[in-house]
Ligand binder design. Structure first.
Ligand SMILES: *Cc1c(COP(=O)(O)O)cnc(C)c1O
Length: 494
């Protein structure tokens, strides 16, 4: 017993003080590998309180390891033995958490990395709104108070044929506000085939039920008929809800009631048809051999009273939820006190208005909205880009890796075109100095971070979501990481 205690004390005794660790990290000027030198610069540039905190946390973690008996070798616990690991861990801890990512996955609407890349026009509008005061709630005719709720209504009216529209924080908020306003304490009828979970832990039914609305589920997962809806409607029913089955499509033996028919049924009975469209395209992006992805215009023309959709999916703008449809209904949404908690910031309005303006010229939208552009880029252009990317990597990396071109397909993401084959050409990078798995992890510590997918034991980059401007930078980062791995492998060998 006392033996063990002594041993623990011995182990604790070799741990350095925070000050000695800081000194070694920040001021010692020994020769470091380029990567370690870069980490030291990161630490030197970071706020000192964050570095100190990171160092303390690091050694606390080591202490916990000693106490739990995981760390028992005193020689592996000294500052000298740990310095390299400490430097890495601390640099990661003090770096800004929101960092740029080069998305080589080929997933266009990539939720984990912020979905749509904004059009240039939207970035300019963001800078304007961020760098001074703006007319967010300012009436330019009177100089008095205006309303943010009217900022994009005209545009949405023109673009979709809706009578009016309201913008909230995201589409989940749009669902919440709509059901809370019109259906709270009552029932809505929804097809079992449309009770979907959309990535993460977001389940439409949970959001709906959180408003105190009872979901009357009808039909079977693969088939719902008009008579199923009709039988479920009762005095308590306030709306029929249609949810676009993003990310997932019931194929094969499948029946869904057309939106026109649901609208007619709802209106005969004085109910609303609420249509949660999800990705909410404003352009007909039909791809050969695939069912047409419904547009907002379609959904309204088919009789939906309110159409709900995201700003940052196929629309290609900032995170937002748009509710478009009947003016009297939108007016009621505006009076719901919850709106105050769901409203958008000026930055969102700036980016959204600029994005929507591009859609007034469809050709311009196709050319300037990155999400649309990434969708519509031709196979020939992708092959050209893949060759350019391979060339850039070859030049920067030399023998550190080899590159091949591989035919494959990209994915839309964001719940649009779930089974669309989007043919592409990947650049498959095979490192010659480390494993593919190691390369993938090392590329998560760079700035920008580079993400791709591992296929057939190669790190694959899809030029669909990597536009040519970034190739030199991508190649440089890749070369730095591979060079560091090579140096380490040499060090270990020698
Ligand atoms: C994505 C999606 C949502 C959620 O939209 P957010 O803007 O992410 O809140 C809701 N409904 C459907 C059908 C969707 O596809």
């Amino acid at each position: 017993m006392s033996d063990r205690k002594n041993t623990l004390q011995d182990l604790f005794r070799v741990l350095p003080s925070t000050d000695r660790s800081l000194e070694a990290l920040l001021t010692a000027d020994d020769a470091l590998s380029p990567r370690d030198a870069a980490l030291r610069e990161t630490l030197r540039a970071a706020p000192r309180v964050l570095v100190r905190e990171a160092v303390t946390a690091y050694w606390n973690n080591v202490r916990a390891g000693i106490r739990e008996g995981r760390l028992t070798d005193a020689s592996a616990l000294t500052l000298e033995a740990r310095l390299s690991d400490l430097r890495r861990t601390a640099a990661r801890a003090v770096s800004p958490k929101l960092r740029p990512v080069l998305n080589g996955t080929g997933v266009i609407i990539h939720t984990n990395t912020g979905r749509s890349v904004l059009p240039e026009a939207a970035r300019r509008a963001l800078a304007m709104a961020a760098s001074g005061n703006s007319t967010l709630e300012f009436d330019t005719r009177t100089g008095g108070r205006g309303s943010r709720n009217a900022l994009v209504s005209d545009l949405v009216r023109v673009l979709t044929g809706a009578e009016d529209c309201l913008v909230v924080n995201n589409n989940a908020a749009a669902v919440l506000l709509t059901l809370d306003t019109f259906c709270r304490g009552h029932e809505v009828v929804i097809s079992r085939g449309e009770l979907v979970e959309i990535g993460g832990s977001f389940r439409i039914p949970d959001v709906m039920e959180s408003t105190g609305v009872r979901l009357r589920e009808v039909g079977a997962t693969n088939r719902t008929h008009a008579r199923d809806y009709a039988a479920a409607i009762c005095d308590e029913t306030r709306a029929i809800v249609r949810v676009h089955t993003s990310n997932f499509r019931v194929v094969g033996f499948h029946t869904a009631v057309p939106t026109e028919e649901l609208a007619a049924m709802a209106h005969e009975r004085n109910l609303l048809l609420i249509n949660d469209l999800g990705s909410g395209s404003l352009q007909n992006l039909s791809l050969p051999g695939l069912p047409r992805e419904p547009t907002v215009q379609d959904a309204l023309a088919q009789g939906s009273d309110l159409v709900l959709f995201s700003g940052d999916k196929l629309l290609g703008g900032p995170q937002a939820g748009l509710i478009a449809g009947r003016a009297d209904l939108v007016a009621r949404l505006r009076t719901n006190p919850l709106l105050r908690a769901l409203r958008c910031d000026k930055l969102v309005y700036a980016a959204l208005e600029a994005t929507l303006r591009l859609y007034t010229e469809p050709e311009r939208a196709r050319a300037e909205v990155p999400t649309l552009r990434q969708f519509l880029v031709s196979e020939e252009e992708l092959l050209k880009r893949a060759r350019a990317l391979r060339l850039a990597i070859g030049r920067a990396c030399g023998k550190l890796c080899s590159c091949a071109l591989v035919r494959d397909s990209s994915r839309a993401g964001g719940g649009a075109f779930p089974e669309a084959p989007l043919p592409t050409t990947l650049v498959a990078v095979t490192p010659s100095v480390c494993s593919v798995a190691r390369l993938k992890l090392d590329l998560l510590e760079t700035s920008p971070i580079i993400i791709g997918r591992i296929e057939n034991n190669a790190f694959c980059l899809d030029p669909r979501t990597l536009e040519p401007e970034c190739y030199p930078r991508l190649a440089r980062v890749l070369a730095m990481v591979l060079e560091a791995a090579r140096a380490e492998a040499c060090g270990a060998a020698g």
